[in-house]
Ligand binder design. Structure first.
Ligand code: G6P
Ligand code: MG
Length: 217
């Protein structure tokens, strides 16, 4: 039986994916790289992996030293950090605060599996620090999404087997990771993008225990 939920953050709990898209877009423009659908492509992808994707798209992967790449990634992050400064609990996506309360009331485990090093800051700003006490530290990962590692570690933090967990994601790379971890995957957003998910919801508002149970029958 399902005993825990392992959450992605950006695009699932709060709409920070648009800020990631904006900050990466600024950097891609500066580098002269045209990257259609950049916002979707970087979803779930770690900071350095996302930078490499953009450089590769522009055929620039050999044009920068490791130190220069660090600088570019820092520049993106500085812009991103500016964009998240004003976040408040009003930035929790529709239905998510209620869903988290529902999980707590029913004694489900709750863990965070976000690739973002800014996750603790964001949780603090949106008032969910006390809900997400179990956070996989992305700095400890050998492989980012789509590798299952982050979702396997999320289950471990809950003292559960992966089969006892549901993973929630808005990114294709994240759904691949959940499936490879042997958890039940819930995709939130475009079904075209998230067709590998076990269960699909168009919006965060649709994510309730009743809807998940109905979809698992
Ligand atoms: C999440 C986002 C990605 C982002 C990654 C790293 O997975 O979906 O778009 O690149 O986190 O975030 P960070 O805040 O550490 O740069
Ligand atoms: Mg996400």
């Amino acid at each position: 039986a399902i005993k825990g939920f392992v959450f992605d953050l950006d695009g699932v709990v709060t709409d920070t994916s648009r800020y990631h898209a904006k900050a990466w877009g600024q950097l891609a423009d500066k580098l002269g790289v045209n990257y259609p659908n950049l916002g979707d492509a970087v979803k779930g992808i770690s900071r350095m992996d996302a930078l490499e994707m953009i450089l590769k798209k522009g055929g620039l992967e050999n044009n920068y030293s490791a130190a220069e790449k660090e600088k570019l990634a820092t520049e993106k992050n500085d812009n991103y950090v500016q964009l998240i400064q004003h976040m408040t609990p009003n930035d929790i996506l529709p239905g998510m605060a209620a869903f988290l309360k529902e999980l707590q009331a029913n004694d489900y485990g709750i863990a965070l599996a976000s690739a973002s090093k800014n996750a603790p800051t964001i949780l603090d700003k949106i008032g969910l620090k006390d809900v997400f006490t179990k956070i996989v530290d992305p700095a400890t990962l050998s492989h980012g999404k789509p590798d299952p590692e982050i979702f396997v570690k999320g289950a471990q933090l809950l003292d559960l087997k992966p089969e006892q967990c549901i993973g929630l994601e808005d990114a294709a790379a994240g759904i691949t990771a959940i499936n490879a971890a042997n958890e039940v995957s819930v995709g939130i957003g475009s079904k075209d993008l998230l067709h590998e998910a076990d269960i699909n919801f168009a919006d965060t508002e649709d994510v309730t225990l009743a809807n998940i149970k109905a979809a698992m029958q």
